[in-house]
Design a binder for this molecule. Sequence first.
Ligand SMILES: [Zn+2]
Length: 236
Amino acid sequence: MSWLNYLIRGYKDVLNIFYPRFCISCEHVLHPNEDFICHQCASKLIRTNYGLDAENPIYDRLSAIIPIKSASALFLFDKQGVVQQLIHQLKYHGAQEVGQLMANYVINFYDDNSFRSQFDYIIPVPLHPEKQKQRGYNQLTLFGKNLGNYYSIQYTENILLRHQNTSSQTMKSAGQRRRNVAEAFSVAYPEFYSKKRFLLVDDVLTTGATLEACIESLLKAVPDAQVSVLTMAVVL
Ligand SMILES: [Zn+2]
């Protein structure tokens, strides 16, 4: 270890005493060499090991309904598990740094070539402006931005837009709900995005209805676009 490493290590140790950081999941104090979550919680995360290629259950599920290039998810969503905890903190308790943590996992787990020069834009599933105002942020911003920075792909929230608030539709039938969701999205200036390759990111893939609606809107507006999907977690 060089003297510089010693110095950094010492600095981190001192910082830890005065400004302890806590695990986002279990809230125990983090060691200087841990970021966002402790090693114990991290070890409980269940990876899907799905690459961004055609051969995985998420691709099979989505591509049966709508044309996509590829699809993947980082972790399996287990009820009451660490992933559930992290995403709950991200969406409802202001823990935006979970987005950065998840981006770090993508960077560590996936082959760089499945991103570099494969996409022109990274875009999030948009939040209704009202909801974003309530929450104060889109929970996908840090995830998308960090991926964009690392892979040199433009991250933007200005292409796919959301209009209707689809949160209060529990009384509607499944068919109505689907239509309602599909009508909620639109593409700004579609003429600029001919033949562009999009990576659409989301937090949890459950039924896939929202993602399908996003993809449908994108492809309706830009028929020769290519869409891939990456989520932090998937409910299988
Ligand atoms: Zn922990």
